[in-house]
Design a protein around this ligand. Structure first.
Ligand SMILES: Cc1cc2nc3c(=O)[nH]c(=O)nc-3n(C[C@H](O)[C@H](O)[C@H](O)COP(=O)(O)OP(=O)(O)OC[C@H]3O[C@@H](n4cnc5c(N)ncnc54)[C@H](O)[C@@H]3O)c2cc1C
Length: 357
């Protein structure tokens, strides 16, 4: 079997999202150049802000992305919870949103626009390794290689295939026939201006206005304010487009200052049902493995999905550079990451139930 230490190891990553590009960067940092195949014709992230925890920020530093991340990421020094009427309830405590705290060295989590995060991750990658408009279709694994076919007719051979193609990953079917599970909640997210939100949000902190299972959350991103309304619903449609009148009905009991923020949104706006998956028992064959949401899609309650995908990227890059064979490397990666992400998936479901009260 080939030595994985070889710089000529041919790695194919399916999916050019946060997990796929983090993996390409982590591998490049170990002198392994991976090819990323993305179905979209152009790169971009929809949605709004995302929180990056201290361990992720240390990885960015190790990968040489510390400065470029800091240019866009905003430290979240405080997390405060208020009632829908704006009465202070609590700031972060050990039993609530504990993952959103400063670490022992005092580094706070940082929020960043998803599109900016993708820019950060793509920045060190030579465009010749990025293949857009390549929708994965099928693969065949042999003892010596994997042959991957794309819908556009392209066929490539790889020593190892990393499936980072998100919650709908068809490669996950190698390991499980499970389907995404509806969480019972919807999320409407956008970016508002700092000016519009100056009385109700914090320049360097997260604020949550909560009423039962409903939540309005704001978090600073470069040049704006991430604005997110989470509300329970029985509608399982993945994406609807919602009008201002409909959105108003979700937060009727909220303080006037908060309701007024809806005037600053452009309608109709995407209203997404939140889905996740249960942990599975296996992620890897001898030459194929899952990463990020393809492996362990989780509820967003702990803000850990993308952070976990980035930690996966670090683990698989270490394994492929250290182990004697691809098979050993995939096992090392899975043994390191699956117990951790299984625990986070379970924790985020428990937290979701507790937070709904
Ligand atoms: C409301 C909400 C808030 C969140 N907040 C946070 C947060 O604060 N912190 C955090 O860590 N996480 C958060 N998450 C989770 C985070 O968004 C995901 O865990 C993360 O985006 C997963 O990255 P990924 O690369 O695995 O998958 P994706 O981002 O889904 O990327 C998959 C990529 O694969 C491509 N693809 C799919 N199929 C194919 C195919 N057949 N061929 C080629 N390409 C394909 C897609 O086009 C896409 O580019 C949140 C999620 C939600 C819903």
């Amino acid at each position: 079997m080939e030595q994985t230490q070889s710089k000529s190891l041919n790695v194919v990553i399916i999916g050019g999202g946060i997990g796929g590009f983090a993996t390409a960067v982590a591998l490049q940092n170990k002198d392994i150049q991976a090819h990323v195949y993305e179905q979209a014709k152009a790169l971009g992230e929809i949605g709004a802000g995302i929180i990056m925890h201290p361990p992720t920020q240390y990885l960015f530093k190790e990968w040489g992305l510390g400065e470029v991340f800091n240019e866009r990421g905003i430290p979240n020094k405080t997390i405060e919870v208020y009632t829908a009427q704006g009465e202070f309830v609590t700031n972060v405590t050990d039993d609530m949103l504990s993952s959103l705290k400063k670490d022992q060295a005092g580094l706070p989590p940082a929020s960043i626009h998803r599109a900016h995060l993708l820019d950060v991750l793509i920045s060190p990658i030579d465009p010749e390794y990025i293949h857009l408009d390549h929708k994965f279709e099928s693969l065949v694994e042999t003892a010596d290689y994997v042959e991957v076919t794309f819908e556009n007719g392209a066929v490539v051979q790889a020593d190892v295939v990393i499936a980072a193609n998100g919650i709908h990953s068809n490669i996950r079917k190698l390991f499980s026939n499970d389907e995404p599970l509806y969480s019972g909640n919807h999320s409407v997210r956008t970016i508002l201006s700092r000016e519009v939100t100056k009385e109700t949000a914090k320049e360097e902190g997260t604020v949550i206005y909560k009423e039962g299972a409903k939540m309005l959350l704001m978090q600073p991103v470069a040049g704006g304010m991430h604005f997110d309304i989470l509300y329970p619903s029985e509608d399982t449609t993945w994406v609807n487009y919602i009008t201002k009148e409909e959105l108003l009905t979700k937060i009727t009991s909220y303080d006037e200052k908060l309701v007024k923020l809806l005037d600053a949104i452009e309608y109709p706006i995407a209203d997404r049902a939140l889905y996740h998956r249960q942990p599975i028992l296996r992620w890897s064959t001898k030459r194929i493995t899952l990463l990020g949401d393809a492996a362990h899609s989780m509820l967003p309650t702990l803000g850990q999905g993308a952070n976990s995908a980035i930690a996966d990227a670090d683990a698989i890059a270490r394994a492929l550079s250290e182990c004697a064979t691809v098979e050993e490397a995939l096992q090392q990666y899975e043994n390191e990451r699956r117990p951790v992400t299984t625990a986070i998936q379970n924790e985020s479901q428990q937290f979701d139930k507790a937070f709904d009260k």
